[in-house]
Design a protein around this ligand. Structure first.
Ligand code: NAD
Ligand code: TYD
Length: 341
């Protein structure tokens, strides 16, 4: 296994998003000598407010740019030791409405990064994939060796990127590690995703739109656990391998909704059953023995992490209000002009 030095330079893509920003915060805190370059296009999902507390850290640099911009990527890749590739279009509902951008960013963008990273002899390329590439499973749990059966344009694009990254290992012996995590929750998640959407709707006294019969099941992982697992795999993962990262906390959407309603002391009249998502995957479930054998397991209990997440949204209205009120772009132009070229 390649031993990492103390002065690593990491290129994080999509670091202004939900998981990427939590990851950058974790790494800067844990490794005082590491340098991080955060490349993010600042799409509707990218938000520099996620990194306000560390923007002045001298080990941190932000670059506004697109992973599909080949010449920018080739320039940025010089001197990089590790790439941690989060950048993607990530919302299933958006991919159902319009999938073109998912193909461009998630597949082509990954290809451009892989090419440039290989050319520059990057020591490790951590490709952030998702449990959604396996498709749905009614009983049992997916192992890393199971075949992929993505069922919506988002997960199909992610499956393409996942296998493209793997092909760079098989074909060129390029040092790729692939992570497939389950649904993340925690601070700084865009309020289009179910937990922050439901929590902030209730904080506003609004109903929550539950798709179909609410019986779809997801396995939830606290974002800090996922970020720690990624760090663990950078140090302990085997090159060319895929690792599932699950929270081990499966819950149906209806039970999740009741848990949130309970916390905010609201009754079930706040549930609005709405038309189901097209091709809605029934259940995701991961077998995580492979990473557990290496020595990682989640630190946080689902109930405790959910409570602290709900409290976080309650206490950080400044963060989500401008996103939900649609003033985000305007606010952004004014407050982050220096990053917008
Ligand atoms: P997010 O939507 O919150 O953030 C994505 C980030 O990527 C944003 O900051 C956006 O501006 C940036 N981005 C988008 N297109 C870009 C481009 N062309 N160039 C540069 N930057 C671009 O997503 P997230 O929830 O933080 O997910 C991060 C990664 O983890 C994704 O690859 C996703 O597929 C994967 N993942 C997410 C979950 C989850 O539950 N959130 C679960 C498993 C895997
Ligand atoms: P989401 O947070 O979009 O994540 P993913 O589709 O990647 O799993 O959705 C989580 C679950 O919640 C999924 O089964 C769809 C459901 N859902 C609703 O019931 N209502 C909503 O408004 C949203 C956004 C999701």
């Amino acid at each position: 296994m390649l031993r990492l030095g103390v002065n690593m330079k990491i290129l994080v893509t999509g670091g202004a998003g939900f998981i990427g920003s939590n990851f950058i915060r974790l790494i800067l805190k844990k490794y005082s000598e590491y340098k991080i370059v955060n490349l993010d296009k600042l799409t509707y999902a990218g938000n520099l407010d996620n990194l306000r507390d560390i923007e002045k850290n001298t080990n941190y640099t932000f670059v506004k740019g697109d992973i599909c911009d080949k010449s920018l990527i080739e320039k940025l890749m010089k001197g990089i030791d590790i790439v941690v590739h989060f950048a993607a279009e990530t919302h299933v509902d958006r991919s159902i409405k319009e999938s073109g951008i998912f193909i461009d960013t998630d597949i082509k963008g990954t290809y451009i990064l892989l090419q440039a990273a290989k050319k520059n002899n990057v020591k490790k390329f951590i490709h952030i994939s998702t449990d959604e590439v396996y498709g749905e499973i009614y009983k049992g749990s997916f192992k890393e060796t199971d075949s992929l059966n993505p069922r919506n344009p988002y997960s199909a694009a992610k499956a393409g990127a996942d296998r493209l990254a793997y092909s760079f290992f098989c074909t060129y012996n390029f040092p790729v590690i692939i992570t497939r995590s389950s649904n993340n929750f925690g601070p700084f998640q865009h309020p289009e995703k179910v937990i922050p959407l439901f929590v902030t709707n209730l904080l506003d006294g609004k109903k929550v739109p539950l798709y179909g019969n609410g019986l779809n099941v997801r396995d939830w992982i606290y974002v800090i656990d996922n970020c720690e697992a990624i760090d663990f795999l950078i140090n302990n993962g085997k090159i060319g391998e895929v690792y599932n990262i699950g929270g081990g906390s499966e819950i149906s959407n209806i039970d999740l909704t009741k848990l949130i309603l309970n916390f905010f002391k609201k009754d079930e009249s706040f549930i609005e059953y709405v038309k189901d998502r097209l091709g809605h995957d029934r259940r995701y479930s991961l077998d995580c023995d492979k990473i557990k054998v290496l020595g990682w397991k989640p630190r946080f209990s689902f109930d405790e992490a959910m409570k602290s997440t709900m409290v976080w949204y309650k206490n950080n209205e400044w963060w989500w209000r401008k996103i939900k009120s649609g003033e985000f772009r305007k606010y952004y132009q004014e407050h982050y002009k220096k990053h917008m070229e």
